[in-house]
Design a protein around this ligand. Sequence first.
Ligand code: ADP
Length: 176
Amino acid sequence: MNTRPAITLVLGDITDQHVDALVNAANSSLLGGGGVDGAVHRRGGKAILDDCRRLRASRYGKGLPTGRAVATTAGELHAEHVIHTVGPVHSATEDRSDLLASCYRESLRVAGELGARSVAFPAISTGIYGWPMDDGARIAVRTVLESAPASVTDVRFVLFDRAAYQAFETALAEQG
Ligand code: ADP
């Protein structure tokens, strides 16, 4: 039986969410950046960066590959875990949709391993990495519906502006 999670759309800042696991649109260095990544490290405090540095030193000396996901503490955020995933940079010449889908799939797999029931996602790759919002929303909704483990019952997409919210609303209406 395929148990689908409840999907909720929220207009707001992902670092305000109270969830078991919060997904960060990280970059491969795991050492912080702009957008969601900047906000997560700013609000979550140094414990997250310390964990990321340890991961760099142990498993990801060359950086976290695109499409993969790894968990750290959530520091001072209202969550148990932050799951860092590296979205693909959008390309006009190459179809990288599988890599974007992989970010959602891998993050959910890690969330399942951690026993997280509620997970908050940003719209991965749609900021600095340039992915068109409508397409990014379709991939996000489809992949979550297809691949969430049964133990993840509540998936929240946290959208930063109204255009992003509307894109996810449309994607949900198409596929939900
Ligand atoms: P990427 O590098 O994967 O494109 P960004 O962090 O630049 O990641 O942006 C991903 C999406 O998250 C964009 O749509 C951006 O507007 C949005 N965003 C930026 N900051 C936040 C935040 N604090 N909470 C939720 N969404 C955010």
